[in-house]
Design a protein. Structure first.
Length: 383
Protein backbone atom coordinates (compact mmCIF):
# COMPACT_ATOMS: atom_id res chain seq x y z
CA UNK A 1 0.00 0.00 0.00
CA UNK A 2 1.33 3.48 -0.80
CA UNK A 3 2.59 5.53 2.12
CA UNK A 4 -0.07 8.19 1.42
CA UNK A 5 -3.66 8.07 0.22
CA UNK A 6 -4.38 9.30 -3.28
CA UNK A 7 -4.70 12.90 -2.17
CA UNK A 8 -1.97 15.48 -1.86
CA UNK A 9 -1.77 18.25 0.70
CA UNK A 10 -1.61 21.58 -1.12
CA UNK A 11 1.95 22.84 -1.42
CA UNK A 12 1.18 26.21 0.19
CA UNK A 13 0.57 24.55 3.56
CA UNK A 14 4.16 23.32 3.78
CA UNK A 15 5.50 26.89 3.51
CA UNK A 16 3.46 28.31 6.37
CA UNK A 17 5.52 28.77 9.55
CA UNK A 18 4.40 26.73 12.53
CA UNK A 19 2.20 28.38 15.18
CA UNK A 20 1.15 31.24 12.90
CA UNK A 21 -2.45 30.13 12.80
CA UNK A 22 -4.98 30.04 15.59
CA UNK A 23 -8.04 28.93 13.66
CA UNK A 24 -9.05 25.56 15.15
CA UNK A 25 -8.21 22.67 12.88
CA UNK A 26 -10.57 20.16 11.29
CA UNK A 27 -12.74 18.25 13.72
CA UNK A 28 -12.34 20.83 16.47
CA UNK A 29 -15.04 22.85 18.19
CA UNK A 30 -15.11 26.10 20.09
CA UNK A 31 -16.93 26.57 23.39
CA UNK A 32 -20.62 27.13 22.91
CA UNK A 33 -21.57 30.72 22.22
CA UNK A 34 -23.82 31.85 25.05
CA UNK A 35 -24.49 30.43 28.52
CA UNK A 36 -24.21 26.71 28.02
CA UNK A 37 -26.00 24.49 25.54
CA UNK A 38 -29.51 24.91 26.90
CA UNK A 39 -29.82 21.11 27.03
CA UNK A 40 -31.75 19.94 30.07
CA UNK A 41 -29.98 17.34 32.22
CA UNK A 42 -32.51 14.64 33.16
CA UNK A 43 -32.80 13.52 36.76
CA UNK A 44 -30.14 10.98 37.66
CA UNK A 45 -27.79 12.07 34.88
CA UNK A 46 -24.70 14.21 35.35
CA UNK A 47 -23.29 16.86 33.02
CA UNK A 48 -19.68 16.05 32.12
CA UNK A 49 -18.88 18.62 29.44
CA UNK A 50 -20.44 20.96 26.90
CA UNK A 51 -19.20 21.89 23.46
CA UNK A 52 -20.41 23.18 20.15
CA UNK A 53 -20.97 26.18 17.94
CA UNK A 54 -23.97 28.22 16.86
CA UNK A 55 -24.78 25.40 14.43
CA UNK A 56 -24.92 22.38 16.76
CA UNK A 57 -24.37 22.14 20.51
CA UNK A 58 -23.62 19.03 22.54
CA UNK A 59 -23.82 18.07 26.20
CA UNK A 60 -22.00 14.92 27.33
CA UNK A 61 -23.93 13.26 30.17
CA UNK A 62 -23.00 10.39 32.49
CA UNK A 63 -26.01 8.07 32.88
CA UNK A 64 -26.92 5.90 35.91
CA UNK A 65 -26.71 2.59 34.05
CA UNK A 66 -23.14 3.28 33.03
CA UNK A 67 -21.61 4.87 30.00
CA UNK A 68 -22.58 8.20 28.56
CA UNK A 69 -25.08 9.99 26.38
CA UNK A 70 -24.05 12.67 23.90
CA UNK A 71 -27.09 14.92 23.65
CA UNK A 72 -27.19 17.18 20.59
CA UNK A 73 -29.51 19.99 19.60
CA UNK A 74 -29.51 22.84 17.04
CA UNK A 75 -27.39 25.84 17.91
CA UNK A 76 -28.86 29.35 17.98
CA UNK A 77 -27.97 30.07 14.33
CA UNK A 78 -29.66 26.91 13.01
CA UNK A 79 -33.32 27.40 12.21
CA UNK A 80 -34.27 23.77 11.50
CA UNK A 81 -34.31 20.79 13.87
CA UNK A 82 -31.75 18.03 13.74
CA UNK A 83 -33.15 15.29 11.51
CA UNK A 84 -33.92 11.87 12.90
CA UNK A 85 -33.58 8.89 10.55
CA UNK A 86 -36.75 6.97 9.81
CA UNK A 87 -37.25 3.49 11.25
CA UNK A 88 -35.99 1.63 8.18
CA UNK A 89 -32.86 3.74 8.01
CA UNK A 90 -32.13 3.44 11.72
CA UNK A 91 -32.64 -0.32 11.42
CA UNK A 92 -29.96 -0.48 8.72
CA UNK A 93 -27.55 1.40 10.96
CA UNK A 94 -28.23 -0.97 13.85
CA UNK A 95 -27.84 -3.99 11.56
CA UNK A 96 -24.42 -2.71 10.51
CA UNK A 97 -23.57 -2.22 14.19
CA UNK A 98 -24.55 -5.80 15.02
CA UNK A 99 -22.55 -7.11 12.05
CA UNK A 100 -19.36 -5.29 13.04
CA UNK A 101 -17.18 -8.13 14.38
CA UNK A 102 -14.56 -5.94 16.03
CA UNK A 103 -13.39 -2.41 16.30
CA UNK A 104 -16.20 0.08 16.01
CA UNK A 105 -19.97 0.32 15.79
CA UNK A 106 -22.23 2.93 14.20
CA UNK A 107 -24.64 4.39 16.76
CA UNK A 108 -28.02 5.72 15.70
CA UNK A 109 -29.76 8.18 18.03
CA UNK A 110 -31.94 6.12 20.35
CA UNK A 111 -34.19 8.90 21.57
CA UNK A 112 -35.39 12.39 20.80
CA UNK A 113 -36.50 14.57 23.68
CA UNK A 114 -37.65 18.15 23.06
CA UNK A 115 -35.65 18.35 19.86
CA UNK A 116 -32.52 16.83 21.44
CA UNK A 117 -30.96 13.75 19.83
CA UNK A 118 -29.40 11.33 22.32
CA UNK A 119 -26.59 8.98 21.29
CA UNK A 120 -25.27 6.27 23.61
CA UNK A 121 -21.48 6.36 23.81
CA UNK A 122 -18.73 4.54 25.73
CA UNK A 123 -16.69 7.65 26.54
CA UNK A 124 -16.36 11.42 26.68
CA UNK A 125 -13.62 12.06 24.12
CA UNK A 126 -13.80 12.03 20.35
CA UNK A 127 -10.94 11.00 18.10
CA UNK A 128 -10.61 14.68 17.13
CA UNK A 129 -10.10 15.61 20.78
CA UNK A 130 -7.50 12.90 21.37
CA UNK A 131 -5.56 13.91 18.25
CA UNK A 132 -5.63 17.48 19.47
CA UNK A 133 -4.81 16.91 23.14
CA UNK A 134 -3.20 13.53 23.89
CA UNK A 135 0.30 12.51 22.76
CA UNK A 136 0.32 9.27 24.78
CA UNK A 137 1.37 6.39 22.45
CA UNK A 138 -1.42 4.14 23.74
CA UNK A 139 -3.98 6.84 23.01
CA UNK A 140 -2.60 7.30 19.51
CA UNK A 141 -2.74 3.53 18.92
CA UNK A 142 -6.36 3.51 20.10
CA UNK A 143 -7.09 6.23 17.55
CA UNK A 144 -5.53 4.21 14.72
CA UNK A 145 -7.49 1.13 15.75
CA UNK A 146 -10.70 3.17 15.82
CA UNK A 147 -10.00 4.63 12.39
CA UNK A 148 -9.41 1.14 10.99
CA UNK A 149 -12.75 0.16 12.51
CA UNK A 150 -14.27 3.25 10.92
CA UNK A 151 -13.23 1.95 7.51
CA UNK A 152 -14.85 -1.42 8.24
CA UNK A 153 -17.99 0.27 9.52
CA UNK A 154 -18.39 2.41 6.42
CA UNK A 155 -18.02 -0.73 4.28
CA UNK A 156 -20.79 -2.40 6.32
CA UNK A 157 -23.08 0.59 5.83
CA UNK A 158 -22.43 0.50 2.10
CA UNK A 159 -23.25 -3.19 1.69
CA UNK A 160 -26.57 -4.90 2.20
CA UNK A 161 -30.01 -3.75 1.13
CA UNK A 162 -30.83 -0.08 0.75
CA UNK A 163 -33.73 0.95 2.99
CA UNK A 164 -36.96 1.80 1.26
CA UNK A 165 -38.14 5.37 1.19
CA UNK A 166 -36.22 8.47 2.13
CA UNK A 167 -34.19 9.08 5.30
CA UNK A 168 -35.45 11.99 7.33
CA UNK A 169 -31.91 13.33 7.30
CA UNK A 170 -31.82 13.62 3.49
CA UNK A 171 -30.83 13.45 0.82
CA UNK A 172 -31.86 16.97 -0.09
CA UNK A 173 -32.54 18.12 -3.62
CA UNK A 174 -30.08 20.63 -4.97
CA UNK A 175 -32.85 23.17 -5.46
CA UNK A 176 -33.84 22.82 -1.81
CA UNK A 177 -30.19 22.99 -0.73
CA UNK A 178 -29.73 26.30 -2.53
CA UNK A 179 -33.05 27.93 -1.67
CA UNK A 180 -33.63 26.33 1.70
CA UNK A 181 -37.15 25.40 0.61
CA UNK A 182 -38.95 22.81 -1.43
CA UNK A 183 -39.75 19.11 -0.98
CA UNK A 184 -37.25 16.38 -1.74
CA UNK A 185 -38.05 13.74 -4.31
CA UNK A 186 -38.06 10.07 -3.45
CA UNK A 187 -34.68 8.39 -4.00
CA UNK A 188 -34.85 6.22 -7.08
CA UNK A 189 -37.98 7.94 -8.31
CA UNK A 190 -36.42 8.71 -11.68
CA UNK A 191 -37.06 12.42 -11.22
CA UNK A 192 -33.51 13.28 -12.21
CA UNK A 193 -33.08 15.39 -9.07
CA UNK A 194 -29.49 15.40 -7.83
CA UNK A 195 -29.03 14.45 -4.19
CA UNK A 196 -26.32 15.94 -2.01
CA UNK A 197 -25.26 15.13 1.56
CA UNK A 198 -25.95 17.88 4.10
CA UNK A 199 -22.49 19.49 4.36
CA UNK A 200 -21.93 19.84 0.59
CA UNK A 201 -25.55 21.03 0.30
CA UNK A 202 -24.89 23.72 2.90
CA UNK A 203 -21.75 24.78 1.04
CA UNK A 204 -23.51 24.83 -2.34
CA UNK A 205 -26.26 27.05 -0.99
CA UNK A 206 -23.73 29.55 0.35
CA UNK A 207 -21.69 29.49 -2.87
CA UNK A 208 -24.79 30.11 -5.01
CA UNK A 209 -26.37 32.80 -2.82
CA UNK A 210 -23.50 34.46 -0.96
CA UNK A 211 -25.63 34.75 2.17
CA UNK A 212 -25.81 33.04 5.54
CA UNK A 213 -25.52 33.54 9.30
CA UNK A 214 -22.62 35.20 11.09
CA UNK A 215 -20.04 36.63 8.71
CA UNK A 216 -20.83 34.21 5.89
CA UNK A 217 -21.35 37.10 3.46
CA UNK A 218 -17.97 38.58 4.37
CA UNK A 219 -16.26 35.26 3.71
CA UNK A 220 -18.11 34.90 0.41
CA UNK A 221 -16.78 38.29 -0.72
CA UNK A 222 -13.29 37.24 0.30
CA UNK A 223 -13.72 33.92 -1.53
CA UNK A 224 -14.71 35.73 -4.72
CA UNK A 225 -11.59 37.90 -4.44
CA UNK A 226 -9.27 34.95 -3.69
CA UNK A 227 -10.79 32.24 -5.88
CA UNK A 228 -12.75 34.07 -8.56
CA UNK A 229 -16.26 33.44 -9.82
CA UNK A 230 -15.27 30.51 -12.06
CA UNK A 231 -13.81 28.56 -9.17
CA UNK A 232 -16.78 29.30 -6.93
CA UNK A 233 -19.16 28.01 -9.60
CA UNK A 234 -17.00 24.91 -10.05
CA UNK A 235 -16.92 24.11 -6.32
CA UNK A 236 -20.71 24.56 -6.21
CA UNK A 237 -21.04 22.05 -9.06
CA UNK A 238 -18.69 19.63 -7.32
CA UNK A 239 -20.67 20.01 -4.08
CA UNK A 240 -23.99 19.35 -5.80
CA UNK A 241 -22.61 16.17 -7.42
CA UNK A 242 -20.44 15.10 -4.47
CA UNK A 243 -22.23 11.78 -3.94
CA UNK A 244 -22.57 10.94 -7.63
CA UNK A 245 -20.42 8.30 -9.24
CA UNK A 246 -20.33 4.93 -10.95
CA UNK A 247 -22.12 1.94 -9.53
CA UNK A 248 -25.30 1.60 -7.51
CA UNK A 249 -26.46 4.01 -4.86
CA UNK A 250 -25.74 2.77 -1.37
CA UNK A 251 -26.59 3.91 2.12
CA UNK A 252 -24.08 6.62 3.05
CA UNK A 253 -23.19 7.91 6.46
CA UNK A 254 -23.20 11.28 4.72
CA UNK A 255 -20.61 13.06 6.85
CA UNK A 256 -18.15 10.85 8.78
CA UNK A 257 -15.88 12.94 10.98
CA UNK A 258 -13.44 12.44 13.82
CA UNK A 259 -15.54 14.75 15.99
CA UNK A 260 -18.36 12.17 15.84
CA UNK A 261 -16.12 9.16 16.46
CA UNK A 262 -16.03 8.56 20.23
CA UNK A 263 -13.45 6.42 22.02
CA UNK A 264 -14.28 4.30 25.08
CA UNK A 265 -13.19 5.49 28.50
CA UNK A 266 -11.77 2.05 29.32
CA UNK A 267 -14.37 0.81 31.78
CA UNK A 268 -14.41 -2.61 30.11
CA UNK A 269 -17.28 -4.77 28.92
CA UNK A 270 -18.30 -6.21 25.54
CA UNK A 271 -19.85 -2.93 24.40
CA UNK A 272 -16.77 -0.94 25.32
CA UNK A 273 -15.73 -0.09 21.77
CA UNK A 274 -15.66 3.13 19.78
CA UNK A 275 -18.85 4.38 18.20
CA UNK A 276 -19.57 6.57 15.20
CA UNK A 277 -22.65 8.75 15.58
CA UNK A 278 -24.76 7.93 12.53
CA UNK A 279 -28.17 9.24 11.55
CA UNK A 280 -28.28 13.02 11.07
CA UNK A 281 -26.61 12.93 7.65
CA UNK A 282 -27.75 9.61 6.19
CA UNK A 283 -28.24 9.76 2.45
CA UNK A 284 -27.87 7.74 -0.73
CA UNK A 285 -25.02 7.91 -3.22
CA UNK A 286 -21.78 6.40 -4.43
CA UNK A 287 -19.65 4.56 -1.88
CA UNK A 288 -16.69 6.80 -2.75
CA UNK A 289 -18.22 9.81 -1.03
CA UNK A 290 -17.92 8.60 2.58
CA UNK A 291 -14.40 7.28 2.18
CA UNK A 292 -13.13 10.32 0.25
CA UNK A 293 -14.79 12.65 2.78
CA UNK A 294 -12.95 11.03 5.68
CA UNK A 295 -9.64 10.91 3.83
CA UNK A 296 -10.07 14.62 3.13
CA UNK A 297 -10.35 15.33 6.85
CA UNK A 298 -7.10 13.45 7.45
CA UNK A 299 -5.39 15.41 4.67
CA UNK A 300 -6.66 18.71 6.05
CA UNK A 301 -5.44 17.80 9.54
CA UNK A 302 -2.01 16.93 8.12
CA UNK A 303 -1.86 20.41 6.61
CA UNK A 304 -3.12 21.82 9.91
CA UNK A 305 -0.17 20.26 11.74
CA UNK A 306 2.16 22.35 9.62
CA UNK A 307 0.09 25.47 10.33
CA UNK A 308 0.24 24.80 14.06
CA UNK A 309 -3.54 24.32 14.45
CA UNK A 310 -3.57 20.50 14.69
CA UNK A 311 -1.51 18.33 16.99
CA UNK A 312 1.30 16.14 15.68
CA UNK A 313 0.18 12.68 14.61
CA UNK A 314 1.02 10.06 12.05
CA UNK A 315 -1.63 11.12 9.57
CA UNK A 316 -0.24 8.81 6.89
CA UNK A 317 -0.82 5.87 9.25
CA UNK A 318 -4.39 7.08 9.90
CA UNK A 319 -5.12 7.15 6.17
CA UNK A 320 -3.61 3.69 5.78
CA UNK A 321 -5.72 2.36 8.66
CA UNK A 322 -8.91 3.76 7.16
CA UNK A 323 -8.18 2.21 3.76
CA UNK A 324 -7.18 -1.11 5.30
CA UNK A 325 -10.44 -1.20 7.21
CA UNK A 326 -12.51 -0.43 4.14
CA UNK A 327 -10.59 -2.74 1.81
CA UNK A 328 -10.26 -0.46 -1.21
CA UNK A 329 -9.67 3.17 -2.07
CA UNK A 330 -11.69 5.87 -3.84
CA UNK A 331 -10.48 7.46 -7.05
CA UNK A 332 -7.86 10.23 -6.80
CA UNK A 333 -10.34 12.66 -8.38
CA UNK A 334 -12.96 11.91 -5.69
CA UNK A 335 -10.46 12.48 -2.87
CA UNK A 336 -9.09 15.73 -4.29
CA UNK A 337 -12.59 17.13 -4.80
CA UNK A 338 -13.56 16.07 -1.29
CA UNK A 339 -10.52 17.93 0.06
CA UNK A 340 -11.66 21.10 -1.70
CA UNK A 341 -15.27 20.77 -0.54
CA UNK A 342 -14.44 19.80 3.03
CA UNK A 343 -11.80 22.51 3.52
CA UNK A 344 -14.10 25.24 2.21
CA UNK A 345 -16.99 23.87 4.30
CA UNK A 346 -14.78 24.12 7.39
CA UNK A 347 -14.02 27.77 6.56
CA UNK A 348 -17.70 28.49 5.85
CA UNK A 349 -18.88 26.89 9.09
CA UNK A 350 -16.31 28.75 11.17
CA UNK A 351 -17.31 32.08 9.64
CA UNK A 352 -21.02 31.32 9.90
CA UNK A 353 -21.22 29.72 13.33
CA UNK A 354 -18.18 30.88 15.31
CA UNK A 355 -16.42 34.13 14.38
CA UNK A 356 -14.36 35.85 11.70
CA UNK A 357 -10.63 35.08 11.76
CA UNK A 358 -7.92 36.28 9.39
CA UNK A 359 -6.67 32.70 9.07
CA UNK A 360 -9.76 32.06 6.95
CA UNK A 361 -7.92 33.86 4.15
CA UNK A 362 -5.14 31.26 4.34
CA UNK A 363 -7.84 28.60 4.01
CA UNK A 364 -8.95 30.24 0.78
CA UNK A 365 -5.40 30.09 -0.58
CA UNK A 366 -5.29 26.44 0.44
CA UNK A 367 -8.57 25.76 -1.36
CA UNK A 368 -7.29 27.48 -4.51
CA UNK A 369 -4.23 25.23 -4.65
CA UNK A 370 -6.28 22.13 -3.84
CA UNK A 371 -8.59 23.04 -6.71
CA UNK A 372 -5.64 23.28 -9.08
CA UNK A 373 -4.60 19.78 -8.06
CA UNK A 374 -8.15 18.45 -8.37
CA UNK A 375 -8.55 19.88 -11.86
CA UNK A 376 -5.18 18.47 -12.91
CA UNK A 377 -6.14 15.01 -11.66
CA UNK A 378 -9.49 15.23 -13.45
CA UNK A 379 -7.74 16.21 -16.67
CA UNK A 380 -5.47 13.16 -16.42
CA UNK A 381 -8.42 10.84 -15.76
CA UNK A 382 -10.77 12.32 -18.34
CA UNK A 383 -8.77 14.33 -20.93
Amino acid sequence: MPTRPDASTPARAATLPARTATLPGPGSTRPTVGPGTGIRVPAGERLVRELGTRHIVTAVLAVPEGGYVWARRPGPARDVPLPLPGDAWAARVRAASAAAPVGLAPAAPDAVQAGVLRYRAPGVRSVAAVLREDRDPDAQQAVRDAVRGLGTTLRLLHTGPTPGGEPAAGPAAVSAAVSGTGPAAEPGSGSGVAWVPPAPARLARWLRTGTGPGVAARLHAAARAHLGDRRLRLVAEWSESAAHGPGPRVLLHGGPAFGNLVLPSGDGGPADRPVLFTGEELTLGTWEFDLAWQLAEIEEMAAGERWGVCGPADYTALAQALLEGYGTRPSPAAVHRALVIRSLTHAHDFASYVVWHEQLLVYLDLVAEAMDTAETVRARVDP
